[in-house]
Design a protein. Sequence first.
Length: 305
Amino acid sequence: MPRPKRTPLDIVRAAAEVWDGEQEVGYLARVFTQTSLPYRDPGDVPAWGRRNGDLSLTVQPGMTTDENNKPQSIGYPYGTMPRLILTFLSTEAVRTGSQEIVLGDSLTDFMGSMGLTATGGKNGSLTRMRTQSHRLFNATLTIEYKGDANRRIGAKLYVASAYNIWCGSDEEEQPSLFSSTVRLSDEFFREVTAHPVPLDMNAIKALGGSALRLDIYAWLTYRMFSVKRETTVPWESLMVQFGSAADTADRRRRHQFRRDFTAGLKQVLVVYPQANVDTTDAGVVLRPGLPHIPMSPGFRALARP
């Protein structure tokens, strides 16, 4: 069954485990701390995009051919599940140093550690995991940087170059992903192993159930060891980066986004109180502070731009 919606009290209780327990280190490719996937299904559109300053991410869904030889969209990866999958794949790539990732027992254990029970059925967690992984592994991600007026830098990024996902029937007694594997694409593997951003997996668990909270945490973790001086990120910029249907000219949407982001940020700061951040009418103020995962100077250099 889907995990119940977390309340502020649930976040505080989970945060107590983060404060008192040992940190379990996971990783995420740097690009997904700067941009992110959709929160909701964009529907039948050819492409979906998000921008963070000079950096942009454009997502195009994969295609398949139906029984009538008609091409159809596989759909967009969206919500919390593909974010957890990306964190798992990034962590395994850094941990093992291999592009070949076994999704079986290790992914089932990972789901359990994130508070998800491996269940079958139409709305079960395994069904959603298979659907979202299929969408994620077939999507085309275009990353472009326009910081130089005389030069454009871009790349096509595919998470997987090959995959083999178990799709057993829902009637089987013990549905699992034991026989599932994925080979990470060369581009994704190089990105995550060259520029891994470390995350506290207990914090990911505490914040789970909200894609926005997960995105804020990943972004804030990255910014806390990359910010050199006090910096104010305007609400309009944050809305473009984090808003699912950003329309900065719509006053009502601007106010709603600010309320939603502020609420999410407050919950993130419960599990990451070391973050040196404030909100003002102008935007979110970032000051040099402690990263959530202590890093050596050499590792810190990897994750920086």
